[in-house]
Design a protein around this ligand. Structure first.
Ligand SMILES: [Zn+2]
Length: 593
């Protein structure tokens, strides 16, 4: 059981609230003058069965014990948890551990920062960096560019960086964790990067998280990266994102290139909405980072084999973005780097004429096939079919089915029949849900909400789903953990950023949502279904509370100023509930996009 659940189990909302308000019995529930706003007649209620509270007066809001304490004390979720844990005598064992993790990451940022400065200083001043400087000159990088990208040089030495950072007080173990040292078989450690041109890699916040390095002689591999570390994961970061983000937002377009050099040359020449993936394939996480800045994504990858494979993944990117991805076609044998250096206007022209990625993929596949033969026609369907069936946008899908029919000289029905036999690839492998541990002590029954959790898990596992406030307002999530995660998710729509924003005590809950096994089909329909059910639950709950309240009002001789308003609200809710009912078994005519 999570610490949060344990705190909930040992906390009674009635006891907590009674420290702030004087509660009086009202039927099955309790009522008080609202502790959040000033009033003469009580419109604040506590519901012991649901372990929740609600104010029917000016606040017109409610929640669970966490949201009560957060609001009353003006603190965030983590602080409320610690306060309640202390009160309930629950120790939060993971706290120091997680705080430790955070401190570790912060030390790693500092180490990388120090290393970047050190490398940069060597490139600018060290006699040993002559070769690196002449290489940088040959690439025509300006002093400003070298500063902006903090380019550097690592000495061809086994221990130079290690000694430098050890003197700054960092332990050998931490330097190993940072990926700056390598441990040899004999247990001795030495510098990972030696005699290389260094490219510090920064995250969107500008923190140095790792390094790329380029050999300055013929040694292979030409490029190496930092290994996976607590701060660096090359598949979920983009080179240049810190310098490109503002421009991507302003121009409402992002361009992904392949290498460090491409990005640096582009920025130096005023093409500043450019980043690089740090492997051959662009990952979904990377697309998600860009999606928050712009939905217009263009790829400018070399049209070699690796590039081609990346293109085939393009539809996946489109589904993540919920928009068309385009490809910038380069003249044969040229890198973006070459084109931009030659004439930035030619580059702008090519970018303006970028083609939809599916068109491009159709082109590269069919240009290699003689489509007059039946064998090749079948091969074309075999290669392009899996791409077409993945397209979510029904209009575009129909267009490409038509196109496939035209190319293979078959009628549309034949193509559709062939496509229906293709099995879509499995979506994502998920970890099985951990077995719930048996609760031994008889404590307060936890008020859980599988519906909230399912809906939230669906959102987190499908970042492409667009959440509208109208369909899914935060108050549908009564459980504070869910509420916290939902509100933050709406703001960032990115998992690693979400994790950073959340209090560490919520990470366990977040993980369980991420790993929740959900069916992988009909995502949008299920989203619609969940929001309808949450709405229904919300309205019913509210209607019940209002009628309960009205009964109480009728019994008391208090003024009935609120009565009319409550009755009106009750009426309005019953109208809305009828509306929910009407939608129950009816699919919307059009899927949300
Ligand atoms: Zn109130």
């Amino acid at each position: 059981m999570s610490a949060i659940d344990e705190v909930k189990q040992r906390t009674d909302i009635v006891e907590v609230v009674s420290q702030y308000a004087s509660l009086k019995k009202a039927g099955r529930n309790l009522t008080a003058l609202c502790p959040f706003h000033s009033e003469k007649h009580p419109s604040f209620f506590v519901y012991p069965e649901q372990q929740s509270w609600h104010c029917f007066g000016a606040c017109s809001t409610g929640g669970d014990v966490f949201s009560f304490v957060m609001r009353k004390e003006g603190i965030d979720f983590g602080e409320a948890l610690r306060l309640l844990a202390q009160r309930a005598g629950v120790t939060l064992p993971s706290r120091t551990e997680r705080e430790g993790e955070k401190e570790e990451r912060e030390e790693l940022y500092r180490i990388n920062e120090a290393a970047a400065l050190y490398f940069n200083n060597l490139l600018l001043n060290s006699p040993a960096a002559e070769k690196a400087r002449s290489y940088v000159t040959s690439r025509e990088f300006s002093p400003q560019t070298i500063t902006d990208f903090q380019l550097g040089f690592s000495l061809d030495s086994w221990e130079a960086l290690k000694q430098y950072l050890r003197e700054k007080g960092h332990s050998e173990g931490t330097l190993l964790t940072a990926g700056l040292l390598i441990e040899a078989e004999n247990g001795k450690t030495h510098d990972r990067f030696r005699g290389k041109l260094m490219f510090p890699i920064r995250d969107i916040k500008g923190r140095t998280i790792g390094f790329g390095a380029r050999a300055l002689d013929d040694s292979l591999p030409k490029y190496t990266n930092s290994p996976q570390t607590p701060t660096f994961d090359k598949s979920s970061n983009l080179y240049g994102i810190d310098l490109a983000a503002a421009s991507i937002r302003r121009q409402d377009a992002a361009i992904i290139m392949e290498g460090y050099m491409d990005v640096i040359t582009a920025h130096q020449n005023g093409v500043t909405n450019v980043v690089a993936s740090m492997g051959t394939a662009v990952t979904e996480t990377q697309v998600n980072i860009l999606k928050r800045l712009s939905k217009n994504l263009m790829l400018a990858l070399d049209a070699d084999a690796a590039g081609e494979e990346a293109m085939l993944r393009g539809v996946g990117y489109e589904n993540t973005l919920d928009a068309e991805v385009r490809v910038i076609l380069l003249p044969k044998g040229k890198d973006p780097d070459d084109v931009i250096k030659e004439d930035v206007n030619i580059w702008q022209d090519l970018a303006a004429r970028a083609v939809p990625i599916v068109d491009y993929t159709f082109n590269i596949v069919t240009s290699k096939l003689d489509l007059t033969t039946v064998k090749n026609q079948s091969l074309a369907v075999e290669k392009l079919g899996p791409i077409v069936i993945e397209i979510k946008d029904q209009v575009r899908k129909a267009h490409y089915i038509q196109e496939l029919a035209r190319l293979t000289k078959k009628d549309k029905r034949t193509i559709e029949a062939a496509l229906s036999l293709i099995k879509p690839p499995p979506v994502r492998r998920r970890m099985p849900e951990p077995e719930p541990r048996a609760v031994t002590r008889a404590l307060r029954q936890l008020v859980s909400s599988p519906l909230e959790a399912d809906c939230l898990a669906l959102l987190l596992q499908h970042p492409e789903l667009e959440i509208s406030r109208e369909d899914l307002p935060p108050e549908y999530f009564i459980n504070s953990e869910n509420h916290e995660i939902f509100v933050n998710w709406q703001q960032v729509n990115d998992l690693s950023l979400l994790r950073e924003r959340l209090d560490a005590s919520l990470h366990e809950h977040l993980d369980s949502l991420m790993n929740k096994c959900l069916p992988s089909n009909n995502v949008e329909q299920r989203y619609i279904d969940y929001t309808r059910r949450l709405r229904e639950r919300f309205l019913k709950n509210r209607a019940a509370k209002i009628s309960e309240m009205l009964v109480l009002e009728a019994e008391s001789e208090n003024s009935d100023t609120d009565r009319t308003r409550l009755e009106e609200e009750g009426l309005e809710i019953s109208v809305q509930l009828r509306d929910v009912d009407a939608h129950r078994n009816r699919k919307r005519p059009e899927m949300r996009r």
